[in-house]
Design a protein around this ligand. Structure first.
Ligand SMILES: Cc1ncc(C[n+]2csc(CCOP(=O)(O)OP(=O)(O)O)c2C)c(N)n1
Ligand SMILES: [Mg+2]
Length: 770
């Protein structure tokens, strides 16, 4: 933390005002000056920006160090751009194109914005919580010797007060407490307004208790220096002010000094007379607007008071729309100043017409050197950080041996073998799981590599010599981060660890495991991880109804459809262990490849007989989304198209049917996701003059154009049924559309029509129409 000199406070105030102007002007320009082209509303949040311009000025031009990372409240995006504009790292062109194609993004975006953005934000709550997991990753890297202490930083989240309603924040701080998380500053822009209205009063006193009970320090910045001085002289006035409900306070801020006067006269009578006499209406409005989050001295002092590694929640009282004509109005969230109001603001801020974009316009000659010096001194990184890729040698991963295997068991074996073999990849794998480590087969890996904890924790059962297959001791060098049951946390952990190359220059290979149906629990966090291009391997097991007696509530149907619609994440669903090994090898390569992505493996607990291979041709097809497990005769009239755990049924049905239907094929689909992507990409390519068939087209063109396909998967039938659209072949889709029934496999497959007779009947119906 740099020590401020008095002139710094003045310069910071000036910068606060510059940021408020530039953010308001950027939004105004996009809405009122730039030709929208289509008449659609552009939007932007002038009030949300004005609410925290002082907080961000104090942070970026005073408190932040070069290693600190910030998640900016989504609606304060224009402030971040304005800061980089002042720092010289954002162009006027980008600001003029705010919310336009290729311009500064509506909400800070790691991948799309030209300026360095540490964490994307937009879905409120997630940007806050990811900072906690990033801090944990920093501790992990330091503990493993991959990061030097001097490179460590603090993780800052700038939070809208209504974001505190998001449950994922509390899931995160509970997890953080378990791991003794540190180096966090979460700064709440407490303007007591959300999108729709003014926030409820009652809850707020609870927030600090919740954080304190999770080990956080809470610093409340309620008063600015001037307001504090005024209220200190008059305890009755202080008491009155502190009891004002949020809505009334906001309304008074919106109204004028006269409204404050009338209200104080009515409520306090003589007790307020001297105070009112000492202030004219403008002075009244100004003194009550001097809340902590707008007062530079208060902000700087608070940041200095927290210059250690204790996780700290700052509650900075602010006015939404501070300094703008709709300050405090309950409807101001998406409110835009009209041109007359902007002209008035421009004049009030000393900005000449035609000089609206000048960075330090209106800053008087006396102050200019101080302001420039402060901008120069800012330790904020100006340039986007290079992403660390291609750093780790990925060995080839052999298939585990065994005639009968489940993909889940094979997954555990592959990791165990990797661990035993050692090497760079194994050392950089970080596994994590929300309390399903053992039941997703990570146990053997954890036995080898141990749990991660900054403070070592012994395995009490092992010490007491109580027999157990699972070692459970934790140490600095452990490679598994055990999480409580909160899938949001799993995905945020994967997001943070999957960005370690970007955030810290050291790539990790994060693997997260969970039960397939519970992907839905953390879906927005998963989407958030992909949106930021975090790289990880997600292993979901068990899946489908194939888990059998393990329980109807744990059956999953639609994750293949979810991932079909999820950019940045590819779905693989292997039937055999050798396919899985190939997929894991590729998944690791994709993590470490600039144009790679994350991988989702949908695995099963069902052991099935492994296939005998006569060559290696299957491998390329399996990685591309599918291959002919039983090649059809050219022009064959029928094929079975199967995925994953039901491959035994498909093979058996194929054997039965081939006697009657010569040349029938069996297509093993390993990724409907990749097949679909390839299909649409080939179509798009044709519009651009490229004539290359997609993998799905190539596969299906082995069949007759009028062929019938029976598709079958332990998943929603729509996962595969779309394949009929590729060449216009007819489809009988088998799959699971209901869930919840427990039973053994034979009963369940019969009830849900996933067995051999269902396939035979469906083929018959396709080939012999009534
Ligand atoms: C998960 C999610 N739900 C809803 C929204 C829509 N939304 C955007 S801002 C907002 C209210 C934000 O209020 P607050 O956090 O207090 O921010 P500020 O008052 O500073 O604008 C809402 C509901 C969103 N962005 N993300
Ligand atoms: Mg708010």
């Amino acid at each position: 933390m740099l020590k401020p000199v008095t002139t710094d406070i003045e310069a910071l105030r000036i910068l606060d005002e510059r940021l408020r102007w530039l953010s308001a002007w950027t939004i105004h320009h996009a809405n009122h000056i730039r030709d929208s082209g289509d008449g659609l509303k552009v939007g932007g949040h002038q009030a949300s920006c004005a609410s925290m311009s002082a907080i961000m000025a104090a942070l970026y031009f005073h408190a932040l160090g070069e290693n600190d990372r910030v998640a900016v409240k989504p609606h304060a995006g224009p402030l971040l751009h304005a800061i980089h504009y002042l720092l010289g790292s954002q162009s006027r062109e980008q600001l003029e194109n705010f919310r336009g194609f290729g311009g500064a993004q509506s909400y800070p975006s790691r991948t799309k914005d030209a300026i360095p953005v540490d964490f994307s934000t937009g879905s409120v709550g997630l940007g806050v919580a990811i900072t906690l997991f990033a801090s944990l990753v920093q501790d992990y890297l330091t503990a493993h010797g991959w990061m030097e202490s001097k490179d460590r930083g603090r993780f800052v989240a700038l939070i809208g007060d209504a974001e505190l309603d998001e449950g994922n924040i509390y899931e995160a701080i509970i997890e953080g407490a378990k791991h003794d998380v540190r180096n966090l500053w979460w700064i709440v822009d407490y303007n007591r307004q959300s999108l729709d209205a003014v926030s409820a009063d009652r809850m707020f006193e609870r927030f600090d208790e919740i954080f304190k009970s999770c080990g956080w320090r809470v610093i409340e910045l309620r008063y600015g220096k001037r307001l504090r001085a005024a209220l200190d002289q008059n305890p009755k006035l202080m008491n009155w002010f502190e009891k004002l409900p949020n809505a009334e306070l906001s309304a008074l801020h919106y109204q004028s000094g006269a409204a404050w006067r009338a209200r104080i006269e009515a409520d306090l009578g003589k007790a307020g007379a001297a105070f009112l006499k000492a202030h004219d209406d403008d002075a009244l409005a100004a003194v009550f607007a001097d809340l902590g989050g707008h007062c530079m001295e208060a902000l700087v002092a608070a940041f200095e008071a927290a210059d250690d590694d204790v996780p700290t929640l700052f509650i900075a009282w602010t006015i939404k729309g501070y300094g703008l004509p709709f300050a405090g109005h309950k409807d101001n969230h998406a409110g835009l100043m009209n041109p007359t109001q902007v002209a008035a603001l421009r004049q009030a801020m000393g900005v000449r017409e035609g000089h609206e974009w000048d960075a330090l316009e209106g800053v008087g000659g006396n102050f200019r050197p101080g302001v420039e010096a402060l901008i120069d001194k800012s330790r904020v990184t100006r340039e986007k950080r290079a992403r660390a890729f291609g750093t780790v040698a990925i060995p080839s991963i052999p298939a585990p041996a065994g005639d009968e295997q489940s993909t889940q068991a094979a997954f555990g074996r592959i990791l165990l073998d990797l661990s035993k073999a050692g090497g760079g990849l194994a050392d950089r794998i970080l596994t994590t799981s929300p309390d399903v480590t053992v039941s997703t087969n990570l146990g053997a890996w954890v036995n080898q590599r141990g749990l991660f904890r900054r403070d070592a924790a012994p395995d009490v059962f092992a010490q007491a010599k109580i027999a157990s297959a699972q070692k459970w001791s934790a140490a600095n060098g452990g490679q598994h981060i055990e999480l409580g049951i909160a899938e949001n946390n799993l995905f945020l952990m994967l997001a943070a660890a999957g960005l370690s190359g970007d955030l810290f220059g050291t790539r990790l290979f994060p693997i997260g495991t969970l039960y397939d149906p519970f992907i839905a629990r953390g879906l927005d966090a998963l989407n958030y991880a992909c949106y930021q291009d975090a790289r990880f391997l997600l292993v979901a097991t068990p899946s489908g109804i194939t888990l059998g007696p393990e329980g109807g509530a744990h059956q999953s149907i639609n994750p293949p459809l979810i991932v079909l619609g999820q950019p940045g994440l590819r779905h693989y669903e292997p039937a055999f262990a050798d396919e899985l090994a190939a997929m894991m090898e590729l998944a690791f390569r994709l993590i470490d490849d600039p144009s790679g992505e994350s991988t989702y493996l949908r695995l099963s607990t069902r052991a099935i007989r492994q296939i005998e291979r006569t060559d290696d041709h299957w491998r390329e097809g399996a990685l591309a989304g599918g291959y002919w497990l039983r090649q059809p005769e050219p022009g064959a009239e029928a094929a079975i198209v199967a995925m994953g755990a039901v491959m035994s049924e498909a093979l058996a049905a194929w054997e039965d049917l081939s006697a009657d239907i010569p040349g029938i094929g069996l297509l093993s689909v390993t990724s409907p996701d990749l097949l679909h992507r390839g299909w649409t990409a080939a179509q798009a390519g044709r519009w651009n003059g490229e004539r290359r068939p997609s993998h799905a087209e190539t596969l299906l063109s082995s069949l007759a154009p009028s062929a019938g396909l029976v598709t079958i998967a332990d998943a929603a039938p729509a996962s595969l049924s779309w394949l009929g659209g590729v060449l216009g072949q007819r489809v009988a889709p088998l799959g699971v559309e209901r869930f919840g029934q427990t039973g053994n496999l034979a009963d369940l497959y019969a009830a849900y029509r996933l067995d051999g007779s269902a396939i035979t009947e469906a083929i018959a119906e396709l080939l012999l129409p009534a």
